[in-house]
Each structure stands twice: as C-alpha cells, then as structure tokens.
Design a protein around this ligand. Structure first.
Ligand code: ADP
Ligand code: MG
Length: 265
C-alpha cells in the first residue's frame, strides 16, 4: 500500500519541476535537443516570444492547438521548432531500433542509417505538411525550416505555384519528410504524382489561416486534411479568429487548445 503513495509523490515532484521550468521561459527549459537548441541560438533567438512560450510545451506534448497572435509575433518558429524536435526524436528512436536489431554495424554514420531505415519502409512518406496561403509565405516558412533544421538531415520540398512542376516532381522523388505548400499546388501534385499520398502525415499546420480563408482556400484545405489520417496532430495559426475559422477548426482539429494573445501592442 505504500507504493502508490510513493509513485504519486514522485509524479507530483516531476510536475512541479516541469511547471517551474516552464515559468523560467527559456528554450533550454523546454528540454529541446542539442541540434535544435544550436539552430535556435544560431538564429540569434535568445528567448521564446510570448506565443512561442505558450504554444511550444503544448505542441511538444502532442496537443492540437489554435495559436492566435498578431503578425510578427514569431508564429512560424512556434510550429517549426517542435516539428524539428519531433524529427530528431524519431531519428534517435530509429537508431535505437538499429542497435536492438543488430544492424548498427552497417552504419557509417548513425543518421545515415536512420535515414535508410526510414526510406526503406514501404510506409515512408512525408511526415509533416505546412500549408501557407501564398507562394511568398510558403517560401518564408521553408527558409525557417531550413534554418532551424540545419543540424539535422530533415528533407523538405516546396510545392508552390509559379515554379516549374518538373523541379517539384524531382523534389518529391527525393522522398521528402516535410512538404511546405500552397493548397492549390499540393492538390495538383496529389492528383498527378503516382504514389504520393498524405496518409503518413503526423503533423499538419494551417498557417495564416485567416488569410487562407479570405483567399477562398477553405475547401481546398478541408480536402487536404481529408486525405490524412485522424492520428495526425493539427495546428492552426492565425492573426484573427473569425467565426467561420473557429467552425473549421472544431471540425478539422481534435480537442484543440486555444492559445490567444490579445495584446495588439
Ligand atoms: P508571424 O508569423 O507571427 O507573423 P514570424 O514567424 O514571421 O511572425 O516572425 C517574425 C520575426 O521574428 C521573424 O523575423 C523571426 O525570425 C523573428 N523571431 C521569431 N522567433 C524569435 C525569437 N524567439 N526571438 C527573436 N526573434 C524571433
Ligand atoms: Mg506567419
């Protein structure tokens, strides 16, 4: 009978520690891995912005969220940092599998082996989809992913209108882990490229969602989400939350937590 009490005491202590860490509000206190912390430092980010401080712990623990904060508040890194962190954890898990299955000796570099294990899996496909309303915003998001994933081997493809389809076909043939896309061009590729699907997607972001809706992409976004499994984590970021968007979120997200910073300062 003494045991459960001891366990819950330990859990209480752990939770207290976690809360204390979150209060300190540094990137380090979130327990991010080294490749991610180094990339953040290299970007010159000293502390998380308010929206990052509020959303990062929730996203890291796997919750669906609606993140609302004004333009320029750092929403991009709020969803890119946890995405890269989840990738690093996955690679570590694959390395562990290789050790347990005795294929470790084949590795020249652990990360190469992890990559090989992953790409040989018949289920390999993009793990994350980041949707932007415009070509320019998608390119900005892609740059943020490249920057924050610079110390990992994460592979990305950008699928936006205005670029040659052939170059994008080539990128897709490379088995990218992350697709950064505008809805129209992504749907085009899904229709054209054989074997390209979204059932492997575990992490989906609808960024600049208010603009996405203003531009009339709601139906396309809905169609894209419909091609993913319900196991995915879905995040919606927006500067404003009109009722049409709130309705959309309650359909496309699972028990989303609303993180809203109203400071229009
Ligand atoms: P939003 O999408 O909310 O409009 P962005 O994600 O484009 O904002 O970020 C705005 C700017 O803030 C970018 O130049 C980005 O590099 C910078 N930034 C993001 N996070 C931080 C941080 N923690 N510290 C300093 N600058 C940051
Ligand atoms: Mg943004």
């Amino acid at each position: 009978e003494g045991k459960p009490a001891k366990l819950s005491g330990r859990r209480a202590r752990r939770e207290k520690e976690l809360k204390k860490k979150m209060r300190t509000g540094t990137f380090e206190s979130l327990g991010l891995s080294n490749p991610v912390l180094r990339a953040i430092k290299r970007q010159g980010y000293r502390l998380p912005t308010p929206i990052q401080r509020r959303t990062l712990p929730l996203i890291l623990q796997g919750s669906d969220i609606i993140g609302m904060a004004r333009t320029g508040s750092g929403k991009t890194a709020a969803f890119v940092i946890p995405m890269v962190e989840k990738w690093v954890i996955l690679v570590l898990a694959l390395v562990l599998v290789s050790l347990l299955t005795g294929t470790w000796h084949q590795a020249t570099r652990p990360l190469c082996l992890a990559r090989r294990l992953q790409s040989h899996s018949p289920k390999a496909g993009a793990r994350a989809v980041l949707l932007s309303p415009t070509r320019e915003l998608a390119l900005q998001t892609h740059k943020a992913v490249r920057d924050l994933a610079r110390y990992t081997d994460l592979r990305t493809a950008v699928l936006v209108g205005g670029d040659a389809l052939e170059a994008q076909f080539a990128e897709l043939a490379n088995n990218p882990d992350v697709l950064v896309a505008t809805p129209g061009r992504l749907l085009h590729h899904l229709a054209e490229v054989e074997g390209l699907g979204l059932r492997s997607v575990e992490y989906c972001v609808v960024d600049e969602a208010d603009r996405m809706f203003e531009m009339g992409f709601a139906e396309q976004v809905r169609e894209i989400l419909g091609k993913m499994t319900d196991r995915r984590q879905t995040l919606l970021f927006s500067a404003t939350l009109p009722s049409s968007l709130a309705e959309f979120a309650s359909a496309g997200l699972t028990a989303p937590q609303l993180v809203r910073l109203d400071s229009e300062r």
